[in-house]
Ligand binder design. Structure first.
Ligand SMILES: [Zn+2]
Length: 310
C-alpha cells in the first residue's frame, strides 16, 4: 500500500514547483482540482479513460478522465541495482538445490529484519485447517487444501527453486524475499512460476496437491532464514492471516520450536526403555525424539542418561 498523503505531497511538489515547463504548467492547472479531491480506488483502471501519464519521484502515475490517478504498475522484470545492493539475489543464488547457504545456525548473527514496507505486503499463501505445526522433525506448517486450490506467494520476491524435489517435498517452489527470508511451498500439483521469476505477494504461484511424501492434499509451508527453518507462527498470526509484527528479530532462539522452553520434558532412561517405547508413552514420534536429542534411531539408550521427550 502506498502512502496517499505522501504521494499527493510529492506529486504536488513535483508539478507545482516546475515553473519553466509548458507541460507542467498545463498539468498544474489540471492538477489543482484533483489535489482537492479524495483519492479513489485503483480498481477503476479499465473503466476510465486515461488522459496522460506523468513521471513522479515515486514512478510513473496514470491520470484518468474522472480526476483519479494511480501508479503505473509496470510488470517488474528485474530488480534495480539499488534494490539488490546487498547481493541478496546474486549471492548464494542456487536454482538446482533446495539449500543455498549451507551454514550452521551458530554462524547467524542477530539482526532485525523488516518484513514488509509501504509497497511490499504480506499475503497468506492459503488458508485452511492447520493440522500440523513446526517441530524438531517437521520444519513447517501443514495446511489442508483441496487439490487444485491456488497457492499464493507470501511476500514479494524472486523464485529461486521451482521443480520436483525427491527429498519428500514433491513439487516445490522456493521464493527468496526482499526481507531476507525464504518461503517453501511443497506437495504442489502444479507449479505456475519459473526460476528467477519476480513475484508479488498474493500472486498465484502454484496449485496445491499431494506430490512427494504426503498423505493427502495439503500445503507444506516453510519459512527459512539462510536455509535455517523457523516456526512460521512466530511471524504469522494464523487466524487473522496477518503478520504478528512488521519487524522480526533474528536471534538463535527463533530457530527453536516456539514451545521449546515451556513444554520441555526431560526424563532419565530406565532399564528396558527404547526410543519407540518413549515415543508411545509421551505421545510423540521416534523421529521427533531423535531430532530433539540429536541421536539416531539405532542409538543405544544408556540407563541413567537424560533424554528430552517433549
Ligand atoms: Zn509438512
Amino acid at each position: 500500500m502506498f502512502d496517499v498523503a505522501k504521494f499527493s505531497r510529492s506529486f504536488a511538489d513535483n508539478i507545482l514547483n516546475e515553473p519553466n515547463n509548458q507541460t507542467m504548467k498545463l498539468l498544474k492547472l489540471w492538477m489543482l482540482p484533483l489535489l482537492l479531491l479524495p483519492i479513489f480506488s485503483v480498481a477503476q483502471r479499465n473503466v476510465n479513460a486515461i488522459i496522460d501519464t506523468v513521471e513522479t519521484p515515486n514512478g510513473a502515475a496514470i491520470l484518468y478522465k474522472n480526476f483519479t490517478w494511480e501508479y503505473l504498475q509496470n510488470e517488474p522484470v528485474l530488480m534495480s541495482q539499488d534494490e539488490d545492493s546487498t547481493g541478496l539475489f546474486s549471492n548464494q543464488w542456487v536454482n538446482s538445490q533446495i539449500f543455498a547457504y549451507r551454514i550452521n545456525v551458530d554462524s547467524i548473527h542477530d539482526t532485525l529484519i523488516v518484513l514488509t514496507s509501504n509497497d511490499r505486503v504480506f499475503s497468506m499463501p492459503i488458508y485452511g485447517k492447520l493440522f500440523r505445526g513446526f517441530t524438531y522433525s517437521h520444519k513447517g506448517l501443514d495446511i489442508k487444501l483441496n487439490k487444485g486450490d491456488s497457492v499464493k506467494a507470501a511476500f514479494d520476491g524472486v523464485v529461486r527453486y521451482a521443480k520436483y524435489n525427491r527429498g519428500g517435498f514433491g513439487n516445490l517452489v522456493i521464493i527468496r524475499h526482499y526481507n531476507g527470508l525464504e518461503t517453501y511451498y511443497g506437495h504442489l500439483s502444479k507449479i505456475m512460476v519459473k526460476v528467477n521469476e519476480v513475484v508479488k505477494a498474493g500472486e498465484y504461484i502454484a496449485l496445491g496437491g499431494s506430490t512427494g511424501r504426503s498423505r493427502g492434499p495439503h500445503l507444506h509451508f516453510e519459512v527459512r532464514y539462510k536455509d535455517i527453518p523457523l516456526d512460521p507462527l512466530r511471524v504469522i498470526d494464523y487466524d487473522s492471516q496477518k503478520l504478528i509484527s512488521n519487524t522480526f528479530p533474528i536471534t538463535k532462539r527463533v530457530f527453536y520450536p516456539n514451545d521449546y522452553v515451556a513444554n520441555a520434558l526431560i526424563i532419565r532412561i530406565k532399564s528396558g526403555d527404547t526410543v519407540g517405547k518413549l515415543a508411545r508413552k509421551y505421545h510423540t514420534s521416534v523421529k521427533e525424539i531423535c531430532a530433539m536429542n540429536k541421536i539416531k534411531q539405532t542409538t543405544t539408550l544408556r540407563v541413567g542418561r537424560s533424554i528430552r521427550v517433549r
